[in-house]
Design a protein around this ligand. Sequence first.
Ligand code: ATP
Length: 461
Amino acid sequence: MADKGKKKKSKKPPDPGEELMAKIVSLAKRRSFVFQSSEIYGGLKSCYDYGPLGVELKRNIKEEWWRSTVLSREDVVGLDASIIMHPKVWEASGHVGGFSDPLVDCKECKNRFRADILEPSPEGDTRCPDCGGELTQPRQFNLMFRTHLGSVEDDASTVYLRPETAQAMFVDFATVQAAGRLKLPFGIAQIGKAFRNEIVVEHFTYRSCEFEQMELEYFVEPGADEKWYDYWRKTRLEWYSSLGARAESLRLRDHTKDELAHYARACTDVEYKYPWGWGELEGIANRTDYDLKQHAQSSGKRLTYFDTQTNKHIVPFVIEPSAGVDRSALMFLIDAYHEEPPPEGKKEGRVVLRLHPRLAPIKVAVLPLVRKDGMPEIAREIVKEFWRHSVNAFYDEKDSVGRRYRRQDEAGTPYCITVDGQTKEDETVTIRERDSMKQDRIKVAEAVEVVRERLVGPAKP
Ligand code: ATP
């Protein structure tokens, strides 16, 4: 029979990176970590919603960052600034004038691309990567989302959704410093949403238009900047590995001179080896005294630090570690994803998310072996005991216990506690560890203590 209508199968071998990403995207949706926004309306390409497991993962990442950057240090304080700031902030920071990408359109298929990342053909001309059509001349496209404050939509009411959280730390520098009588070196940290009208949205949540940042502006004496720049490079790289990310998949990449912003003295990216290649997780920059000076000049207000030893006002230098919550969440999901083959004599393998216990959305699942003989009641009491101690526990009685274990493996839950026939006799339960699948018997009364001890214990080697 003729097969005219059939498409020819591509000979191209499947790309392992793409295959892995497809599995992660599918798991993320199936288990409700993260999925496209507004799906019932066909989805919005660059925006994502975090479901019940994803929201906990993100909260845990932010909590770990806040704990290590703010709460465990004497020299850093927090801030939660407004997303909409005075429009002059963005003029002074350079975002109105310079925060743009060169954009080209295909004259044939009308698709839009960033001119700076298109590859020229071997002949040296650059054409549409989708259809080979001719491209327009590049024009600058500002990445800031604009809106209007108040009921009148004119130029005077134009405001922007912040494209980074950092500027608030410069603008509020003097107020925060004076209130806390902070001495150099000190930092102001903030976690919050940022918005960029990215032309190319790519690699799932890696590049989206609405995302969260975790940023620290660390103010230091001029001259001490190089020392603190080195310190934050090391500290921030270690943070990722202390939360279980594989060291061989992380690296620091120093920017070359021509990559540096004109005001930056040095910049390093913490990069991760994503399935599509190395990509930025976080940028660490020595921004000199540029931002404080810009805002002082633009606002006419003094943004200096009074050095009581020399009786002089100085403009501090700033080191900025700037990380993305969404890129971290995606990285931890990818890094934790493991497919294990079936053990000998068994048919089924398993998918397990080896998330660090501190990041795992659910810390412990409590399972009655069967739905009778008082087991559900005991299990529910154990769950409540965990909740009383602020440990996120989950009760599950659906399907066989083996299937319930698999479900928790896929959700990254580090421990499962099973209530069985023996529990009533000697007040013990089994505790199963996710990665080794090893099971121990422990006393019900000790369950909270045992799990909490393991949760705060040393990070994975
Ligand atoms: P890239 O070069 O990948 O566009 P960038 O250098 O513009 O990133 P920064 O301005 O340094 O990024 O922002 C700091 C961090 O904020 C980044 O390391 C990243 O984790 C996060 N981030 C920036 N843009 C996005 C985005 N569009 N989507 C998700 N996260 C982002």
